[in-house]
Write a protein that binds this ligand. Structure first.
Ligand code: CA
Length: 226
């Protein structure tokens, strides 16, 4: 059975683009152009994931998310047009599983949907695996297979972001926001350089494993099966 995605987005052009991208990837979709009807629809039909715009005409997406969370546990990805909303969303205080900032690539969104569904399916069907990584936040140290990694400040910030959300695909922009105090678009390539260094350090401990996955044209994620 195809996973079913509920898209709540009031801009028809964006809703159509998302719908097309997801259906191309084999998902079934339903679209609502306002937030209020969502709870009624969720009571009638079963969905696997919701893509929720924050700026809706009738209700704020974050408020709607809270109402949905009172009854349902399905994953929610936020769409936001404003970078300043990201802090609240990332803090997950409102129960979102992920977010993308407009304008976004439909391919990236589809990759995120797939990663989240894979992760939630795994967590329902099998007990959580013991992780190869552990983070000692106070010492700013990451342990990999029992051995502390010697990481620079930015390498630590980046790897910590991955370890906190295995399977989640981070774009370079998101990694830059997470790792740098003053994000600067011209540093895009630097992310690649730092990832390369992190990989080299992981390799000295476990030469046969490459825990970081490259998603071409999208970004990076951490393997979920470690
Ligand atoms: Ca909107």
């Amino acid at each position: 059975m195809k996973p079913k995605i509920l898209i709540i987005e009031d801009e028809p052009a964006i809703a159509d683009t998302i719908q097309y991208a997801l259906e191309t990837e084999g998902f079934e979709t339903r679209t609502l152009s306002a937030g209020q009807p969502a709870l009624g629809l969720l009571a009638e039909e079963q969905f696997d994931l919701i893509i929720l715009d924050i700026g809706l005409p009738d209700i704020n997406g974050m408020e709607l998310c809270k109402s949905i969370r009172e009854k349902y546990t399905l994953p929610i990805i936020f769409l936001t047009a404003r970078a300043d909303e990201v802090d609240r969303v990332v803090g997950l205080e409102i129960g979102a599983d992920d977010y993308v900032v407009k304008p976004f690539s439909p391919r990236e969104l589809a990759a995120r949907v797939k990663a989240i569904l894979r992760r939630t399916r795994n967590s329902h069907n099998s007990p959580p695996a013991a992780s190869a990584f552990s983070v000692d936040k106070a010492r700013r140290q990451i342990i990999f297979f029992g051995q502390p990694l010697d990481l620079s400040k930015y390498e630590f910030n980046l790897l910590e972001a991955f370890v906190r959300r295995p399977g989640l695909v981070f774009s370079r922009d998101q990694l830059m926001d997470l790792a740098w105090e003053e994000p600067n678009a011209s540093m895009d390539r630097t992310i690649d350089a730092h990832i390369k260094n992190i990989r080299a350090k992981l390799k000295t401990i476990a030469p046969e494993i490459d825990p970081i996955i490259t998603h071409r044209g999208v970004g990076y994620s951490l393997r979920e099966d470690l």
